[in-house]
Structure formats: C-alpha cells, structure tokens
Design a protein around this ligand. Structure first.
Ligand SMILES: [Zn+2]
Length: 207
C-alpha cells in the first residue's frame, strides 16, 4: 500500500479524536504517525488541546452564541483549514471562542468599574480635575503619589515614587522633577496576559 499523504493523515487525526474512525483507518493512521515526525507532533498537540478543552469548566457555550459563531463563518464552498476544523468541532470551538469573549468582557468590565483613586501623604499640593491628576508647576509634593484609573500630568516636583495604575501618564514636562521611581501598571492587561500565557503554557508543556 502506498504511503498515506500528510493531509489525509490530518483529516484522520481529527476523526480519530472525535472517536469516529474505523479500526482499519486507525491502523493506517498509526503507521503514518510512526513514520512521520511532523504529523506525530501535530497529533500530540491536537490530543492535548482536545483533552484541555474537554477539561474546561465550561460545559457548553450558550446556544445563541454557538449559532452566531457558526453563522458568521465563511461558506463551506471556500473552506479554509481552520473553518473546516471549526465546523467539524462546533462544541469545542464555541467553548474556546466563548472563553475569549468572556475574558475580553471581563477586561472591559474591570476598566469601567474602576473609579479614580489618588493616594499619598501630600495630596494638598495635587490638583484633581475630573480624571486628571496634576502636580502643578512650581509645587513640591512630598512622599509617594499613587493614582489608580486617572490621567497623570507632572509639571512640578514629586519627592517620591510615582505609580500609575490603569491610567495614563502624560510625558513629563521640562519643569517636572520626580525624585523616586516611575511605575505604570496596567492591571487588566497584566491579568489578561497572565491568563493567556498560562493557557498556552499548558498547551505547550502539557499538564
Ligand atoms: Zn505526515
């Protein structure tokens, strides 16, 4: 029998993971995997993804979402590799997309729910206008200044550390002087990347 082509092997892999492959075909697939390191690696990673997605706490994406995702896919007359994979694994794909939608809505929720908060030992010399926090020119603010969810502009002296969390720091004016360190932290983005990288870390290294 002639050697199986890699593209045939890939189709069989998906069928095998879905559990609908005849015994004969399983044997053919195994024979190919033994000979073809790249297909073997691909099969291993597919298998891991499959196991991971099955282990997700989300049992099922809402029906309306699955429908929406399925309808938004290009027509099967122009099949791309990933869309045919999605069509072949609707539940898995919907769960994965649902997870991404959940993550991004969590991030936007987080951004919306945060009120401006300014802290430090010397707020007397700081001007707060709406979401703007200004250290005015010619003023000296003693100690650290921490601003959450605000736009910070430093025109004067800050005799300590400046920490801007989930906000913006306007480039320092020439009159500005900050004695300590400047730190800007985007918690939502950090959280998001932490989640994303740990998700892909699991894929890459197994459990
Ligand atoms: Zn191959």
């Amino acid at each position: 029998m002639a050697d199986m082509k890699c593209n045939v092997a890939v189709v069989l892999m998906h069928d095998h993971l879905d559990g609908d492959l005849a015994r004969e075909e399983v044997i053919q697939l195994q024979q190919h995997l033994v000979q073809c390191p790249s297909c073997y690696a691909r099969y291993e990673s597919l298998e891991r993804t499959d196991a991971l997605v099955k282990a997700l706490p989300i049992e099922k994406a809402p029906d309306y979402l699955s429908d929406k995702i399925m309808k938004s896919l290009p027509s099967p007359r122009r099949p791309a590799a990933w869309t045919s994979w999605v069509r072949r694994h609707p539940a898995v794909s919907a769960a994965a997309i649902f997870l991404v939608v959940m993550l991004s809505s969590f991030v936007s929720m987080w951004n919306q729910s945060q009120e401006l908060s300014v802290s430090g030992p010397d707020l007397e010399h700081v001007i707060i206008e709406g979401k703007k926090v200004i250290v005015p020119a010619g003023q000296k603010v003693t100690g650290d200044l921490t601003v959450v969810n605000g736009d910070v502009q430093v025109l004067g002296d800050l005799d300590g550390n400046l920490t801007v969390i989930d906000g913006n720091l306007t480039p320092l004016a020439s009159t500005a002087h900050i004695a300590g360190e400047i730190k800007t932290i985007d918690r939502a983005v950090d959280w998001f990347w932490y989640k994303v990288s740990s998700y892909f870390g699991t894929l890459a290294y197994g459990s």
